[in-house]
Design a protein around this ligand. Sequence first.
Ligand code: AQP
Length: 320
Amino acid sequence: SHTVLSLIKPSGSLTLGNLLGALLPMGRQQDSARCFYGVADLHALTVPHDPGRLRALTTETATLLLAAGLDRSTLFVQSHVPAHSELAYLLESTAHVGELNRMIQFKEKGHGRPATRASLFTYPTLMAADILLYRPEQVPVGDDQRQHVELTRDLALRFNNAYGAVFAVPEIVTPPVAARVMDLADPTAKMGKSSAEGPGVIRLLDRPDVVRRAVARAVTDSDTGPDAVRPDREAKPGVTNLLEVLVACGGDPAGLTTYGALKAAVTDAVVATLEPLQKRYRDLAADPAHVHDVYADGAATARQVTAPVLAAARAAIGLT
Ligand code: AQP
């Protein structure tokens, strides 16, 4: 079976967007693929951070992956598999500053400031290492990461041409359109986990009353017509987002005519979706030794699987 790899950066508490757009699809892949899923703690070091918060978010994210049902995958924390940083250095020694400098995300997040962390600049080489170590045949990638995966391919090809055929060069594929959950307070922006405590973000561990308040305050529009509750991405982004969340959470939009009724249905559907996840989270959080063991086993497996790739790269580039 084929190999699937996905890492989530612990840069904030996971959102409903992360669940519907990432964790649930990741769960469905467990039936057909060999899945490696991880918490990308190293990637969280590329911008100013607080060590205590990073520690807490790494544990929370790791526990949430398990709570979301990813228990038939190899689960690991990126920094527990040193091959990621080691291969990243070999790829830094393959990449050119000119091409790293062209990365749009670096330009956008670094703003050209001298105090930008050097790791933000070299981030794409670590991401390339994340991918190449597991030899996936395909990398499904959305528009925001496409440039980085193209660089991954360029680096793999350049390395192979210079030193010998070490890396499998993955194919870039467009993933099936996943639900894209928008911010409830600003439905033209994505609901993001690193957004500051905003009223428009639903976190996976939010209590029902917090969910209810966020949905109640969600931006809609002033349409009061009999068909006000209808999807129209251009004219009615807020209502469209609520309808999509409702359906993605297993609710039924049929027969809803007012925004009040729509919001009540969305609240019920989201709370019903989060409830079992939160129950599993609480059980897992009460048994941290179990979560620790799962991730220790996963890291051991990941170290074993990636060792031959790192060894081949080291030898090819001339390290003894
Ligand atoms: N709103 C969303 N709707 C659907 N899917 C989403 N994903 C993220 N937001 C939504 C999916 O979750 C995975 C992790 O993506 P990410 O690490 O880019 O997370 P983020 O929540 O989008 O984080 P931010 O706020 O952009 O901050 P950073 O980049 O600093 O972590 C992906 O599969 C993504 O598609």
